[in-house]
Design a protein around this ligand. Structure first.
Ligand code: SF4
Length: 141
């Protein structure tokens, strides 16, 4: 099985969510496995788009729609289907079955394993910079 096929098989295990497309304001900085990033780069023909601050929207959000929806990474697919604070849809969309936080973390680990443990992020400076920005933001208080 190719890496692409392994990613698709992993995504196919996730409970289905009928999205109403109202959650664009949730599309901020995202982190993903290296191969998830490579899929996006192949579709867009550009290196992974980066954002300077956590206050920006995801670089792949245009007119409130995801421009890479078919190859969006696991983290975007988990949003709205995990029964944990901050991961439920604010607009009432619910999955056919809720994932526990532990199940979600298992999916993250499995997706990273497919990418050889290598993680990348859309925040310039990587996850350490995202963490620094988050800690100094009003959300962290
Ligand atoms: S990749 Fe698409 S779904 Fe994920 S945060 Fe960006 S715009 Fe939203």
């Amino acid at each position: 099985m190719t890496i692409e096929e392994r990613l698709e098989a992993l995504y196919a295990e996730l409970p289905h969510l009928e999205c109403k497309g109202l959650c664009a304001d949730s599309c901020g900085a995202i982190s993903m496995g290296l191969h998830e990033a490579r899929r996006i780069e192949r579709i867009t023909g550009e290196p992974l788009a980066l954002m300077a601050t956590l206050a920006e929207n995801c670089p792949y959000l245009e007119a409130e729609r995801c421009t890479v929806y078919d190859v969006r990474p696991l983290v975007c697919r988990l949003w709205g289907i995990v029964d944990a604070p901050g991961l439920r849809c604010d607009h009432g969309c619910a999955p056919e079955r809720w994932l526990s936080h532990t199940e979600a973390l298992t999916y993250v680990r499995r997706s990273l394993a497919i990418s050889g443990g290598k993680e990348v992020t859309t925040i310039r400076g990587g996850l350490a910079e995202a963490d620094r920005q988050y800690r100094s933001s009003p959300h962290a208080r």
